[in-house]
Write a protein that binds this ligand. Sequence first.
Ligand code: SPD
Length: 350
Amino acid sequence: MRSIMLAVLICAALLGLAACGSKEKVLYVFNWSDYIDPALVKQFEQQHNCKVKIPTYDSNESMFAKIESTRESFDIAVPSGDHVTLLAQKGYLEPLDLKKLSHWGNLDPKLLEKARSFDPGNQYAVPYFWGVTGLLYNKKNVPAEVLKSGSWSMLADKYFNGKQKVSMLEDAREVVGAALISKGFGVNDTSEQALAAAAQVLKAWDQNITQYDSEAYKNEVADGTTWLAQAYNGDALQQMELNKDLGFILPVEGSSLWMDSMVILKSSQNKELAYAFIDFLLEAENARANADYVMYATPNAEAGKLLDPAFTGNTLIYPPAEYVDKCYMIEFLGDKVKAINDLFEKIRMN
Ligand code: SPD
C-alpha cells in the first residue's frame, strides 16, 4: 500500500514539474508603434513556443519614464540613440554577449561605427532602423503653391492660418530640432543664440499648429482632419502606401537623423529568449521582411542585399548622401536637454 502511495506521489510531482516546464514564456518587447512586422512575431512565437507581448510608446521620453517606474515589466526596448546613452548611464541596460547573437555579422560595419557615437564599443545596442523626419501632406488639401518651397517654413504658411490643420510631433528634440535647422543651426545646439532663434520660429509655426502628436496624425492626414504634419519618414511612407493622395517632403534645409536600437534591460527575467528574439530579427530574411513592412532603412547589410531595388532606391527611405550631409544626428545632451524640453513645453502650453 505504502509503495503505491509513494508511486502516486512521485507521478504527481513529475506531472507538476512537466506542467511548470511547459508553461508558455512571455517576452515583453517595449517598442514604438507600427514598428515591427506582426507576421515575424507570430513566426518567432511558434518557433520558440512562447508569447511575445509588444506594448508600444510614441516617444523616447514616455518610454524612458515607463522604464524608470516599472523596469521589470520589459525584456527589450527600442530607444533612439540619445536614449540608449541615457539608459546605459542609468545602469538599466544589459551588456551584450555577442556570442549569443549569431547574426550580428549581418549588421553594416559603417552603421555600427555610427552607433558607437551613442553606444561606445557597441556595448548595449543592436541597431534596428534609422530614419529622418520631414513633412507629410495631403495633395487634396495642400496646393502645390504652398509645397513648392520644400522648406520647414511652410509650417507657418498663411494658407493654413486659422484652419487648424497642421500638426507637429510630440517630440521636443524633433520639434525644436526642426526650428533650429530651419535657422541654420544643428539639432544639438543649445546655445542661447540658437535657442532664441528657434523660439521665434516656433512661435510663428505654433499659430498654425493644432496639436503636437505622434500617433493620431497618421490617420488624420489621410482622412483630411490634418493637412500637413511633421512625421518620421517610415510612418509617413506606411500611410502613403494606403493613400495615393499623400506625399512626403524632406525639407530643403535638412533634417534630424536618428537610429533606433534594440536593447536588453538588465532587469529582464527572460534574457535567453530576448537574445533569441533579437537574433531572429537579425537574420537577413527576417530583417528584410521587417524593413519591407515598416518602411524604414535597415542597418542590416545582408537584408539590404535582399530588398527590392525599388525599396533601397527610394530616396525618402534612403536619402542621398548629399541630403544626409545636411542632417544632424540627435545626440545625448545630458543636462543641456532641459533647455530644449523647456522651450518645447513653453511653446506647446502657450
Ligand atoms: N513608428 C516608429 C517611429 C520610430 C521613430 N523613431 C524615433 C525618432 C526619434 N527622433
